[in-house]
Every structure is written in C-alpha cells, then in structure tokens.
Design a protein around this ligand. Structure first.
Ligand SMILES: [Zn+2]
Ligand SMILES: [Zn+2]
Length: 504
C-alpha cells in the first residue's frame, strides 16, 4: 500500500483511502513501526556495548565501580550521539537492551512487533523483579534457617521461563499498560511476598520525593513519588471536595478544580474551593456540604470504624451514592480470608501483605467471597479460556427460574462486591477504570416492563463498564458476548474482528 520511500506518493494514498477496511493495514503499519523500533533499540544497545568495552580497555583497571560508571557514561553518550537521542532516552534504551539479553521470549515478542517499547519495559521490569526472587539469583547472605538445613539448594519450582510465558500471555490482552503492570505486580507479589515488601522499601529509599520545580508563566510543577496509600488518600479527598463544592456548571477545567482543591486541603491561604457557576443557590451535593469542617478538609472519623458492622452493612444494603465524602475509614482493602490471593488497595491495586497489614487498622476490609480456581500464581491462573462456551444468550444465566434478586434492576451489594472483585476494571477493551468506579451494565438489557423476559440481574449478565464505555456499548460498534469463564468477547459486526477481555 505504501512505498515508505516516497512521502508525496504515500500522502496521496492516504488521502485516497476510505475510512472502512483500513483498520488492518493501520495495524500492520503500527506493527512494522514496533518491529523497526525494536531493532533500533537493540542496535543502540550494541553501539553502547561496544563503547563500554572500548572504555574498559582504555581505563586502567583501578576502582571497579568508577571504571564501570565511566564506561556506562561512554556507552550512553555514544548512543545519544550516533542516534540523535537525548541522554535520558539513550540511557533507557541501553538498560532495556541489557535486560532484554536475559529474557529471550520477551525479546522475540518485541522483535515480532507484538509489544510497544513501553509495554516491553513493563514486562522487563516485572521479569527482573521475578528473576530476583528466582533461585540462583545472587542474594544477600542470610542467617541460616534452623528449620531448613538445605538453604544452599532451594527448590526450583518457579523458573523464570514460566514467568515470561505468563507475562506475555497477559500482555496479549487488550489492556492498558497500567492494568498490565498491576497484573504483573500481583504475580510478582504472589511469588514471594517478603521479597515484594523488601522491594517496596527499597523503591521508597530510591524514589520517594516531592520535587517542586519552577515552570513558566507563573506556574510551578509538583512532582511527587509517595506511598500508594498517601496518593490514594489525596486523590480521594480532592475528588470528594470537588464533588461537595462544585457543580457541573463551574467553568473551570477539572485540572484547575483539582489544583484549588489540593491547595484548600493543605490550608493554603486564599485557596478556597467555591463553585463559580454564578448561581447563589448552588448546592452541588445536596446538604452534605454543611457537614464539612470550615477549612475545607473532609470530615475524618475520630473513632475506629466498626469493621464487623461495616461488613454487615455492605452485605445487606444497597450502595449509597457517594461514600467517599465521609469515609468510614481512609482506605479500602480487598483481602482473601484464605490468604492465597494478593491483597488489593482500592484506587491502587495489588500490594504486598505487610503493606496491607500496615493499613489494616485504618481500613475498611472487604473479604473475597467467590472461590475461583487458584493455582501456584495466586488468582492469576492461565487456563485455556478458548474452551469456555458463551453464556446463555437470553441473559438468564442458564437458570429456568430467576434466582433471588434477578428481577430487581439494581444489583445487591453482595453481587456488586462479587463482580468488582472478579473483574477489577471496566470490561471494555483498553480501559483501566477501576470496577468500583464503573456502572454495572446488564449485557442483555433489563426489561423494566417485564423483568422476567429481559436480561436478569445475575453475575452471568452483568459487567462493570465505565460511563463513557457504557455509552459506547450502546452505539453497538462492538458487541459483547460473555463466556462461562467471565471472559467477554467484543465483536465488531462490520469487520468480524474480536477482542477478548478477562476478569483478573
Ligand atoms: Zn455551581
Ligand atoms: Zn471503560
């Protein structure tokens, strides 16, 4: 279709194309660009490697650390000059090139054009974390464990090749890089929770920071790396304050609203989040706003939440519209009573068990209910999902008679929890919106006039979809089919192309 050498000709081809049927050639072009970038990156690594080796010969064999540091600088500098890349990008490519030598399956998928450079780097970082805990990797000498005399020859039941296979399987799914990273993190934590705790502490020592640096036009940039719970707390409080104070007619961008909300939360003089809609009677969120303390900080309960009561509450009542404003506890944890599944922090994702333990006293805890198949990788069991047939197309989940609640439009709290725990995110392809922020959509439409005839309120007929994707679903550009394993196949009725999303 394209010459790739004649821009004028290729431009003419582009303007002559219709809009239909170009998805496939566009995907081919994208794959080609990834294949080309993979080769460029690996060649950059070779350039760097050669410069590194030259430098080692040139430098006298003195202090090893210094010599290696200089050699690495020479490598990155040479890549930068030869390829016309910034030092930062040259450094990233050089390091990725080194890491790719260790992981042949990821390297091949990258060369085949299956992965963007960023997605490959997500896989590489997880594979490195997993291989750190794999037997044979250099570890700090530990005090001998009296219970296991053969510490020198640990069991080798988690070879890193398995990790690459599973990681590549996860990478094939139509998920964002963020969702992929979370799934891989869950995997790494499940392999060795103690090592994950150590890695988290090490990460904190290396990267935790608040950098406040001057931008232009009278602005300053704030760039921070903080523990997940701090970030979740701040994000929730900012969102709650905006919801309480600002109505839809406020002319500011959401970004501007967040800036004022954050400043108000910090008690910055003059920063007070007031709706600018111009309506004196603006009540964005009913009477709730009056419950807020005057300084703008959302109320935080002074007493410990009664977790037992809360659990009962969650199980028995319908969801309230907005619990974020007056949280019973700052955080919500999803825990597995059996201790197999990796704990999750709402608003972040998988966290190591020690991290969950640290947040335990100040969190609402949701216990995992559904007992899905669990393998050595925690909940992430890769099975032959192609074998799962579609569910009953009537939306009745194979039931002859409606189970309790099936004819009620709004799912019970129990059903909602169950679906949020199994699905984690919006089930539309390429969306990373957390399930607890999504609508619960009836895949086969609920019939308010005759609930018995329409789709029922059952796990087999309900999937979380974020608001924009919920609307997209109604445009019917991609049609969903739920399967018995809760995978959902989205079919484009024009091209027949299918994308499959999975519960966790
Ligand atoms: Zn307003
Ligand atoms: Zn979505």
């Amino acid at each position: 279709m394209f010459s790739y050498t004649d821009p004028i000709g290729d431009d003419a081809v582009l303007s002559s194309l219709g809009s239909s049927g170009i998805g496939e050639p566009a995907r081919d072009a994208l794959r080609l660009s990834r294949q080309a970038e993979a080769r460029a990156l690996l060649m950059a690594h070779r350039i760097g490697e050669a410069a590194y080796d030259d430098m080692l010969v040139f430098l006298s064999p003195g202090r090893q650390m210094m010599v290696r540091k200089h050699a690495e600088k020479a490598a990155v500098g040479e890549i930068s000059l030869q390829l016309g890349l910034s030092r930062t990008k040259a450094g990233t490519w050089y390091q990725l090139g080194i890491a790719l030598q260790q992981f042949p399956k990821i390297r091949m998928a990258y060369l085949a054009g299956d992965l963007s450079t960023h997605r490959m780097s997500v896989l590489i970082h997880a594979a490195e974390a997993a291989s750190d805990i794999a037997p044979g990797a250099p570890t700090e000498p530990e005090a001998p464990d009296v219970d296991s005399p053969d510490v020198d020859s640990p069991e080798t039941d988690t070879p890193e090749t398995d990790f690459e296979d599973i990681a590549l399987d996860l990478a094939e799914r139509p998920t964002t890089d963020t969702v992929l990273r979370d799934a891989l993190e869950e995997l790494v934590i499940s392999l060795d929770p103690d090592d994950a705790t150590e890695a988290r502490e090490e990460f904190g020592r290396a990267w935790e920071n608040v950098a406040i640096s001057n931008d232009s036009s009278g602005h300053i940039n704030i760039d921070a790396c903080v523990p997940a719970e701090f970030g979740v707390y701040l994000r929730d409080r900012i969102a709650a304050l905006i919801a309480a104070r600002i109505c839809r007619r406020d002319p500011r961008t959401l970004g501007q609203q967040r800036v004022v909300a954050m400043a108000a939360l910090m008690g910055t003089p003059g920063a007070d989040l007031v709706c600018q809609c111009g309506d004196e009677n603006c009540h964005p969120n009913g009477e709730r706003d009056t419950t807020q303390p005057p300084n703008g900080a959302p109320a935080v309960p002074l007493t410990q939440p009664d977790r037992q009561a809360d659990e009962r509450d969650r199980a028995d009542t319908e969801p309230t519209s907005d619990t974020a404003l007056t949280p019973a506890a700052p955080w919500t944890l999803v825990l597995d009573p059996a201790g197999t599944a990796v704990p999750r922090l709402h608003g972040y994702g998988a966290i190591d068990p020690a991290h969950a333990e640290h947040l335990h006293d100040r969190s609402i805890e949701i216990l995992l209910r559904n007992n899905v198949e669990r393998g050595p990788w925690g909940r992430l069991v890769v099975t032959d999902r192609a074998a799962a047939p579609p569910v009953d197309p009537t939306g009745h989940g194979g039931h002859a008679l409606p189970p309790p609640g099936a004819l009620t439009y709004t799912p019970s709290r129990r059903l909602r929890d169950e679906i949020q725990q199994s699905d984690l995110t919006c089930r539309y392809p390429w969306c990373s919106r957390p399930a607890h922020e999504c609508d619960l959509d009836h895949l086969v439409k609920f019939d308010h006039a005759d609930p018995l005839v329409g789709g029922w309120t059952l796990p087999e007929n309900i999937a979380p979809l974020c608001r924009p994707d919920h609307q997209r679903k109604h445009l019917a550009l991609w049609l969903p089919t739920m399967h018995l394993d809760r995978s959902i196949t989205w079919t484009n009725p024009t091209t027949g192309r299918q994308l499959t999303t999975y519960p966790r």
